[in-house]
Ligand binder design. Structure first.
Ligand code: GUN
Ligand code: ZN
Length: 434
């Protein structure tokens, strides 16, 4: 494939703005993003790079928009797509009334196929190019998801839910069957194309000690597996965990006992944590998926981002559909900003961009491959539109700095703001408006 030069305004993060807000990002007003065979060849100002363009390079102009890395959703449940925006419950009741019945339908492979296809299309419409995904307890739900993801050559992580108690019979496995089924899926999918497997016990309430032991065994047996679960999302959940695991010091300690913490482990939510748990997350280099839309929608609480920063715990952004009520990482950023306002803590526009791109890649330990426009990384990117709605056009009329423009898109933007989505150098979504 010939070299492609994407020409336009380019913004990406190269560090966590927490340490150095100005040195953390690069902006090229008249930029070029050079890609070849799906990889980033270079990125910089046009006048610096134009000399190295071969004669046959294809030039694609992206006007009145902003080229940024693809969004990374660090926590989302594809089988819950159909119950997004379900009324009136907190976590445990919400799971019982809406989520579990929806997940039961994934015993049917055709259902898995149709919903995987819909879900991935929805991600791309929202500019999300990679995600850490929960399937259901059914192995076929993982097969269907990976089959769709590999067709578009997406960098995706997914895992079969392990759940052997406190759930309907149709949705439970056993310590042994969850081990065997996960093992088979790992052998079939992990490392194939850009796919990765995550060992996925739902949360401490729905796994026996034996099943957590099985999860641990899988992590020991295979190299480079990811791990995902939920942690300290809701007070009632935390009380139940204390009841089920009376010997453990606290919620995180349940997972720690089975050696499930580490660099490739991501815990969704972490709203109700003690200092000991924060310290332990840091010591083990575990990360948190911050899901503000979900935390608001199912009334779980206000995540303490300042605390995560104080302890140096990596944090990525997640939609947590269908606890979260939007697939849009822009909408999610909007909610994150407002929640932290309530905490008297600011998230700068660049920090928000970082958390939904490079920070997400780091939280998932995927930053060797994705997250920004460093040479050699995979060419996943998005073109944000500066005029997707009359209101945004009006608001941006007199705004001159890219950071101010970015903030307006983060606060007012949604799927309409995503003009195009590119995965591995190929255009996979274009907004119908264009
Ligand atoms: N805790 C256990 N399962 C779930 C789930 O499906 N969604 C959310 N938000 N929290 C959970
Ligand atoms: Zn979740």
């Amino acid at each position: 494939m010939a070299l492609i030069a994407h020409q336009g305004e380019i913004l990406h993060c190269i560090e966590d703005p927490l340490q150095d807000n100005n040195g953390a990002w690069e902006y090229f007003e008249n930029g070029l993003l050079l890609t070849e065979d799906g990889y980033i060849i270079n990125c910089g100002e046009e006048h610096c790079l134009v000399k190295q363009l071969p004669q046959d390079a294809k030039i694609i102009r992206h006007e009145h928009g902003l080229i940024i890395p693809g969004f990374i959703d660090t926590h989302v449940h594809y089988p819950q797509t159909e119950v997004i925006a379900s009324y009136g419950k907190r976590l445990i009741e919400w799971l019982e009334q809406y989520t579990f019945p929806a997940e039961m339908a994934f015993a049917d492979p055709e259902k898995c196929r149709v919903m995987s296809e819909f879900f991935i299309r929805e991600l791309l419409r929202n500019g999300t190019t990679s995600a850490m995904v929960f399937a259901t307890v059914h192995p076929q739900s993982v097969d269907a998801f990976f089959e769709q993801a590999i067709r578009l050559n997406m960098r995706m992580i997914c895992g079969k839910v392990m759940m052997d108690r406190n759930a309907p019979d149709d949705l439970t496995d056993t310590a042994l069957s969850s081990y065997e089924q996960s093992r088979e899926l790992i052998q079939r999918w992990h490392g194939k194309g850009r796919l990765g497997y995550a060992v996925t016990p739902r949360f401490a309430i729905t796994s026996s000690a034996e099943q957590l032991e099985s999860a641990s065994q899988l992590l020991n047996e295979f190299q480079d597996l990811h791990f995902q679960t939920h942690l300290a999302e809701n007070p009632e959940e935390c009380d139940l965990v204390r009841e089920f695991f009376p010997d453990c010091q606290d919620y995180l300690d349940v997972y720690d006992r089975y050696s499930l913490l580490g660099r490739k482990s991501i815990f969704a939510h972490g709203i109700h944590l003690s200092d000991r748990e924060w310290l332990r997350l840091r010591e083990t280099e575990s990360s948190i998926a911050y899901c503000p839309a979900s935390n608001l929608f199912i009334g779980s609480g206000l995540f303490n981002l300042e605390k995560a920063d104080q302890y140096g715990v990596r944090v990525g952004m997640g939609t947590d559909v269908a606890g979260g009520d939007s697939f849009s990482m822009l909408r999610t950023t909007n909610q994150a900003y407002k929640v932290q306002q309530l905490n008297q803590f600011n998230i700068s526009p660049i920090r928000s961009l970082y958390m939904s791109t490079l920070g997400g890649a780091r939280a998932l330990d995927l930053d060797r491959y994705i997250g920004n426009f460093e040479k050699g990384k995979e060419a996943d990117f998005v073109i944000l539109d500066y005029a997707p709605t009359d209101l945004i056009r009006l608001r941006l009329h007199n705004v001159s700095s890219v950071i101010e423009r970015l903030f307006v898109l983060q606060m007012l933007g949604d799927d309409r703001t995503i003009r195009e989505t590119w995965v591995m150098g190929n255009k996979v979504h274009a907004n119908d408006l264009h």
